[in-house]
Design a protein. Structure first.
Length: 269
């Protein structure tokens, strides 16, 4: 079989997609119309293939994984890049785990920790603990050391069963698949898109989380209404790339698109 040869630009792109965007060898192969084997061989040749990487296989993090991420980030004050390399877990996935678990430091906190070496104060840790306890008592998810299980479907990392359902639906319908994407900085904080196509981003919600997003319901974690996340979505939709908000109804096997609406006359974008 003739060896597939990539030019310099393709090699740089493959290396960037693999190391920076966290794409699997299988996903990169699809982009170039080849199997994952030539991508794996190339990454081996240039010394960039991560050891122990299992491409295209379902991956569920264990309780020990979640506890180690929490320990490294909160107690040892390590950053996402360090944790990713140490645990051989994609940094996009680690970022979403920290963000959705309420562990993620804002920029000022991160800078302060870097300068002083101080741990998070007890109030912050207590709030994190309360959020996890409320989640466990809600009856909607089983507490496993993190907010929800993580999966890899067809080389695409999915957080929880709603994202997994969305990707599996696309596969079943033989539709184009998206990629994972790094977080985007906005004036309202970091935004973590669920998936990315060339022309749009995808945000996956269920009915409850959508109502919380636009301020119709209180968050079960804080007991308050807060549309900060929605402000991020509106800003990115206007300034970076259009966003499709999709509501997953697994019981009725449906995915419903919601329009991005202006939820507050006082919101400045």
């Amino acid at each position: 079989m003739k060896k597939i040869v990539f030019d310099d630009n393709e090699i740089r792109d493959i290396e960037y997609e693999y190391l920076n965007n966290g794409l699997s060898c299988e996903s990169i192969g699809k982009k170039y119309g080849v199997s994952k084997s030539p991508i794996i061989n190339l990454l081996k040749e240039i010394g960039k293939l991560r050891e122990g990487k299992s491409d295209g296989q379902k991956k569920i993090l264990t309780n020990e994984d979640y506890n180690m991420i929490k320990k490294l980030y909160l107690d040892e004050k390590k950053n996402v890049d360090y944790i990713s390399k140490k645990m051989n877990i994609n940094k996009h996935l680690i970022g979403k785990i920290l963000h959705n678990s309420g562990y993620r430091r804002n920029r000022s906190s991160a800078t302060s920790l870097a300068k002083t070496g101080k741990k998070l104060n007890e109030n912050v840790k207590k709030n994190m603990s309360i959020a996890q306890q409320k989640l466990a008592k809600s009856g909607n998810r089983i507490q496993t050391g993190g907010v929800c299980k993580k999966y890899v479907v067809n080389g695409i990392e999915c957080q929880g069963t709603y994202e997994k359902f969305y990707i599996e639906t696309l596969i079943s319908n033989k539709e184009l698949l998206p990629n994972n994407i790094s977080p985007i900085e906005t004036p309202f904080g970091m935004y973590y898109p669920d998936f990315s196509f060339s022309d749009k981003l995808i945000e996956i919600k269920c009915d409850y989380t959508y109502d919380v997003l636009i301020g119709l319901k209180e968050s079960r974690f804080t007991g308050q209404k807060d549309i900060t996340q929605y402000k991020k979505i509106m800003w990115v939709n206007k300034n970076v790339k259009p966003i499709d908000i999709l509501i997953v109804d697994k019981r009725n096997n449906k995915i419903i698109k919601k329009e991005i609406i202006w939820v507050s006359a006082t919101t400045e974008l």
